[in-house]
Design a protein around this ligand. Structure first.
Ligand SMILES: Nc1ncnc2c1ncn2[C@@H]1O[C@H](COP(=O)(O)OP(=O)(O)OP(=O)(O)O)[C@@H](O)[C@H]1O
Length: 436
């Protein structure tokens, strides 16, 4: 009888709706003429009752008789909120380290991002009120900055808050490695039950990857059902996420869609000033003015400023004509590659380039050194001797550090992998912003 009801329903429901809403759908029990359906969560239950009540009722009555009835139940998620127990102080869950510089204070607000900014400020006061928030814009317009600013704010104002920030690509990689290692349940527990706020950046990476979309779909539903905040960042609108499960798209659309527009020249100038302030570097206004005329996007402004900082650090001077020649490639300045690498590391690990080449051994500095050496040898193909020169360390120390990082990677250490990705991302940003 159960099978008959399911088959009859499937015939009456479009394939698209079936795939969106009925994949978890099952019959738990039939008691006399009362059918108890079961679905994955309360959100789907709610949708089915609102949208498909009539069809389900008709099918049940056709098969079991006119006086038959039904109800939809959902699987309870156990211990969503109390898993750590009241006396155990929960530690922040940071899947990828948030960039501490991505704060609301460091964000320039103008007409182009005012709405997005206000929504995120509201969300910082009432997480879960607008849920989900789907933040989209062209590349480099500040989505990651804004989303991480919310994460940083929540962590600071409530140290018990568990913030999970990761790109959809990281989500997918972790999921595949959990499947491979047979611990998919741990993976699910981590994201579905532990996180109080889930930020998924660059959702567009999952285009065409249905298995990861399905996993994310269930994660999304569980978190949403628990009333916890979800933020999705994307470089396009939900409708433009071609080849995404339609059920995912409809989840995104049911939330608040927030767009960051393109900043104008004045905004770009202010962003340039803010970046200099964040980097504790003084660059003349006329140079920043020049940059904001040349580049129309904060990421490019950021890249250009990093390049100027690298030059200023190396040569101790900078003026408008030098800036123009550096940025327009009129005359190539000598390569300041090493400095650039150290700048990138310093930015990510929140220290200075001088710290990295010093003998200081504080945790973040040692980490920056070690990961930077690995990156230079393995990704940039520099010789261990050259790397020793850049980092002002002996050849054997480079070899040892590279081995250590290799081991961490082989052991599946996510933090190291994420740092390497961040270096990659930042150095690409650099490459974008430069014409050298
Ligand atoms: N309004 C702003 N105020 C200050 N800095 C900004 C602003 N918008 C962007 N930036 C800076 O520009 C750089 C690029 O921003 P971000 O990475 O957040 O963009 P994105 O939209 O997430 O890019 P992508 O689409 O590639 O993921 C960052 O260094 C960020 O701090």
């Amino acid at each position: 009888m159960k099978k008959e009801i399911i088959v009859a329903l499937k015939e009456k429901i479009s394939r698209q709706n079936w795939e969106s809403w009925f994949l978890d759908f099952d019959i738990r029990e039939i008691k006399d003429k009362h059918v108890i359906f079961e679905v994955g969560n309360i959100f789907i239950k709610d949708r089915l009752e609102k949208k498909f009540n009539k069809i389900i009722s008709k099918v049940v009555k056709d098969i079991l008789g006119k006086d038959s009835t039904f109800e939809i139940t959902y699987k309870e998620v156990k211990n969503v909120k109390s898993e750590a127990g009241p006396l155990i102080k929960k530690r922040p869950l940071l899947i990828t380290p948030l960039n501490p510089k991505y704060t609301f204070e460091n964000l320039v607000v103008g007409e182009f991002n005012k709405f997005a900014y206000n929504v995120f400020i509201e969300a910082s006061k009432k997480p879960g009120f607008y849920n989900p928030i789907f933040l989209y814009s062209g590349v480099g317009l500040g989505k990651t900055h804004l989303a991480q600013a919310l994460g940083n704010y929540l962590l600071e104002s409530n140290p018990d808050m568990k913030v999970a920030y990761l790109t959809s690509e990281e989500f997918m990689n972790e999921m595949f490695s959990a499947i491979k290692n047979g611990n998919i349940e741990d993976f699910r527990e981590k994201y579905r039950k532990k996180a109080d706020i889930l930020i998924i950046d660059d959702i567009q990476f999952l285009i065409g990857i249905k298995s990861a979309q399905t996993e994310l779909f269930h994660t999304f539903n569980t978190i949403h059902e628990a009333g916890k905040q979800i933020i999705i960042c994307s470089d396009r609108t939900p409708q433009e996420l071609k080849d995404f499960h339609s059920r995912m798209i409809s989840r995104f659309q049911m939330g608040l869609l927030v767009k960051i527009e393109k900043p104008n020249k004045e905004d770009l100038f202010k962003i340039g000033k803010k970046i200099c302030q964040m980097k504790h570097i003084e660059i003349e206004d006329k140079i920043i003015d020049y940059i904001s005329n040349v580049y129309d996007n904060p990421r490019l402004i950021h890249g250009a400023i990093l390049k100027l900082i690298a030059y200023k650090n190396l040569y101790g001077k900078l003026n408008l004509s030098i800036a123009e020649s550096i940025l327009t490639n009129v005359s190539k300045p000598p390569k300041s590659f090493e400095q650039r690498l150290l700048e990138i590391l310093a930015d990510i690990f929140d220290c200075s380039p001088e710290d990295i080449i010093s003998s200081k051994r504080t945790k973040n500095i040692s980490y920056a050194r070690k990961v930077g050496m690995y990156y230079a040898v393995k990704k940039l193909n520099l010789s261990t001797r050259d790397v020793g020169t850049i980092f002002k360390k002996s050849h054997s120390s480079v070899v040892q550090n590279v081995k250590q990082v290799e081991k961490l990677i082989n052991d599946g250490n996510i933090i190291v992998k994420n740092y390497l990705k961040q270096i990659d991302k930042t150095s690409k940003t650099f490459a974008h912003g430069e014409s050298m």
